[in-house]
Design a protein around this ligand. Sequence first.
Ligand SMILES: [Zn+2]
Length: 254
Amino acid sequence: MVGGLDLSKGVEGMLMPNPDGSGEWGIIYNDTIHSAGRRNFTLAHELGHYLLHRQTNPNGLKCTNRNMADWDEVRNGIEAEANTFASYLLMPLDDFREQIKGRAIDIDLMTDLADRYAVSLTAAILKWMTITDKRAMIVVGKEGFIDWAWSSEPLLKSGIFYRARQTVTELPAASLAAQDVDWDTGRHGHLQPAGVWLGSEPVHEMTVFSPSNDQMTISLLLYPDRAPSRWEMAELEEEQTVDTFDKFMDGRTG
Ligand SMILES: [Zn+2]
């Protein structure tokens, strides 16, 4: 069977063997979630589990909201595999590339992609992040804290990423995500000076505020295309130290 059930909060979907031992399987999404995009992605994710993992998981699998954002196959194994399966099923690569050709990378594009493939905005952004050569990060915030974040490969290579979820990190106070800005301001975004987000470069931040979802924010961060060299990094750091020193001295004399 494929269908919806009232699953507990936090559970997005399940792959479930028929309890009568018939060898039949059920693919279930959480009925209490009303976003068509999320349901769609969950169905594709569970279908991935059915095709790839039912033999090694005879008791089935229960998947959380966070599992739907686990894309690191080394760390997250089968959850990442199910996500990759879902993303290729729902967002065929050739078509995806065609859609983004020549377009500015912004929230409008990501929303168009989410609409086209009937997936959530997060799924569309993550798909783009896996194929882009841009230095970019997605940061999902909840109630003022970073719930999870993901860096594109080129950004990862410059060493800019939030470490896994063991530590509690507040959204940067100067970020749009942490401020009470209106929808348009957040969506259109803002060039944040170095030091607001991770790294020592200015970052273009665009943030979407989810009205329904316990103060959830989705931020797309675009870093400069070219990573600073080691030499430039050292100089940047020095500049920042001088700035801080100057400010300190200004504070004392002013
Ligand atoms: Zn799963």
